[in-house]
Design a protein around this ligand. Structure first.
Ligand SMILES: N[C@@H](CCC(=O)N[C@@H](CS)C(=O)NCC(=O)O)C(=O)O
Length: 124
């Protein structure tokens, strides 16, 4: 029963994720120069996520609307490198989570609302 419920939840999440991909977002427009600067800045950020998690879907929409390229990392696969890294370095697996690298300093940001606020401040 628990497995069935989990499969249903994942299936529904995946469907919502696909529908969300099909619904266009209004993207921030920039000059080529500004876009290049923003792309370079965004290279220091990675989104640890599950494909079908509703909070991750929302974070990905924010990223799309800000017109930035942020690498996504699969934190769902058990035993996967990114899930293991997150557990070890961030202390827990909770998604969405931003890994922000600033030189030698790495910080982990949880909570979709905080992620949205941070990204809008940095790239809005
Ligand atoms: N308040 C959090 C909720 C995030 C949340 O509940 N994420 C779930 C996935 S949808 C999670 O990380 N679960 C951990 C797990 O399943 O291992 C947010 O808004 O980001």
């Amino acid at each position: 029963m628990k497995l069935l419920l989990k499969a249903f939840r994942n299936g529904l999440g995946a469907l919502i994720a696909l529908i969300s991909r099909l619904i266009p977002v209004k993207k921030v427009k920039r000059s080529a120069q500004e876009q290049e600067a923003v792309n370079n800045k965004a290279k220091n950020i990675e989104l640890y996520q599950f494909f079908a998690c509703p909070f991750c879907i929302m974070s990905r929409r924010v990223i799309r609307s800000l017109n930035i390229k942020i690498v996504t990392r699969d934190a769902q696969t058990r035993g996967g490198a990114y899930r293991e890294e997150m557990m070890k370095e961030a202390g827990k697996v909770q998604v969405p989570c931003l890994k922000i690298t600033d030189g030698d300093t790495v910080s982990w940001m949880f909570e979709s609302a905080d992620i949205k606020t941070y990204l809008e401040k940095e790239f809005g």
